[in-house]
Write a protein that binds this ligand. Structure first.
Ligand code: FAD
Length: 365
């Protein structure tokens, strides 16, 4: 048997696309995706925030790859004229007890090498965002927003220009080791490669199991509401983070409209992850959460009314962290010769897409 590719990448989300593009500079790469197009799952259902790296324990993969990925991403976006904005972000303490957490995040950010950080007091918060209320806030200048769809278009085009080959509507149904090669079987065909990289997002656990590596991934849904009233909020505004998520935050879109969310709701793994276009009616957040969203946002933005909240969409994170558990890092590792697993790529996966791709390049050498 002969190999069809040096490397097969399973899953064309932002991670699979970044990895495929990076590796196509050096190897022949086949990218296999079960949907009719790339990026139809979690990668296009998120906050589109370029994170700074303050939230993750020092020396964790998330901390390292986020700080590195933040810088790489801005460079790439600039170089390729992809719409983005380095808005900065305020993480705001609204209760006295939260001030300690702001100081802890600042120290953690320093340890992680996050640039452009400072703690600001109420009067400065008011100068930057007159509508936001808080005792103090951590300002991070390297946080920003991007358009993930344009980023994915660009990565895909560059991958093809490097000679990469993509197959859509091809679900991987089996993988086997055949001597020095891997046989990857899809609904449409069979392909041989030396290396297989599992970038299957919510389904990475399933792919991994086919080669005997078992993980338990939890699905954590996050709902979004759009805020119909206009406020003067030019940057991202976050509350002090919770255990499993960063808290319901305010993200300005490029048109100035604010989005609120996401929350964290653990759901069953048979929850419809991303309905197709025909089933749009179920692609809505849970309207019953409106009051909870209103109560959370009101603490930061006292002038909001409940009627300002309009249900928008949701995304689902693959989390290694069980409900209530402490921090869990990404799993990105070579399990056996030629098989690389990426498990639990939740936030800040988008920020880390280019740094993850580089990291995987080093695992192949
Ligand atoms: C609500 C929410 C908000 C977030 N906000 C941010 C943020 O602001 N900033 C940030 O940095 N990160 C954020 N994230 C995290 C970020 O979105 C993810 O880390 C990232 O999108 C993961 O990309 P992926 O390519 O691993 O997964 P996906 O986009 O899910 O791609 C996986 C692909 O694999 C394919 N696939 C699965 N099984 C198979 C199979 N058997 N055969 C072939 N193909 C298969 C799927 O169809 C899919 O296209 C957020 C996530 C959520 C859910």
């Amino acid at each position: 048997m002969e190999k069809d590719f040096d490397v097969i990448v399973i899953g064309a989300g932002i991670i699979g696309l970044s990895v495929s593009y990076e590796l196509s500079k050096k190897y022949s790469v086949g990218l296999i995706e079960k949907n009719r197009k790339y990026g139809l799952e979690t990668s296009s259902r998120n906050s589109e925030v370029i994170h700074s790296g303050i939230h993750y324990p020092p020396k964790s993969l998330k901390a390292k790859l986020c700080v590195e990925g933040n810088e790489l991403l801005y460079e790439f976006l600039k170089e390729n004229n992809i719409i983005h904005k380095k808005t900065g972000k305020l993480t705001v303490a609204v209760e006295k007890e939260e001030v300690k957490e702001i100081e802890r995040l600042y120290k953690q950010g320093m340890q992680n090498g996050v640039p452009e950080m400072r703690i600001i007091e109420r009067n400065e918060i008011k100068k930057i965002c007159p509508d936001i209320d808080g005792i103090c806030a951590l300002y991070t200048g390297s946080t920003g927003i991007l358009n993930v769809h344009y980023l994915m278009d660009c990565l895909y085009e560059k991958f093809l220009n490097n000679g990469g080959i993509a197959g859509f509507d091809e679900k991987v149904i089996n993988i086997e080791r055949k001597n020095a090669l891997y046989l990857v079987e899809t609904e449409k065909g069979k392909y041989y490669s030396e290396v297989v990289i599992n970038c299957a997002g919510l389904y990475a656990e399933e792919i991994s199991r086919k080669l005997g590596f078992n993980y338990n991934v939890f699905w954590a849904k996050g709902d979004y509401f759009t805020i119909s009233k206009r406020f003067n909020i030019p940057l991202l505004v976050y509350p002090v983070p919770m255990k499993e998520g960063l808290g319901i935050h305010l993200t300005p879109r490029f048109d100035g409209v604010l989005r609120a969310g996401p929350d964290v709701e653990y759901v069953k793994k048979n929850y419809p992850p991303y309905p197709n276009e025909k089933e749009n009616s179920i692609f809505k957040p849970d309207e019953n959460k409106k009051f909870f969203f209103y109560e959370s946002i009101k603490k930061l933005l006292p002038k909001i009314d409940i009627e300002d909240l309009v249900p928008e969409s949701y995304g689902i994170r693959p989390k290694l962290q069980k409900k209530g558990e402490e921090f869990k890092d990404f799993v990105i590792k070579k399990e056996i010769d030629g098989f690389i697993n990426l498990i639990g790529i939740d936030s800040p996966g988008l920020t880390c897409c280019l740094s993850i791709a580089r990291f995987i390049g080093t695992l192949l050498t």
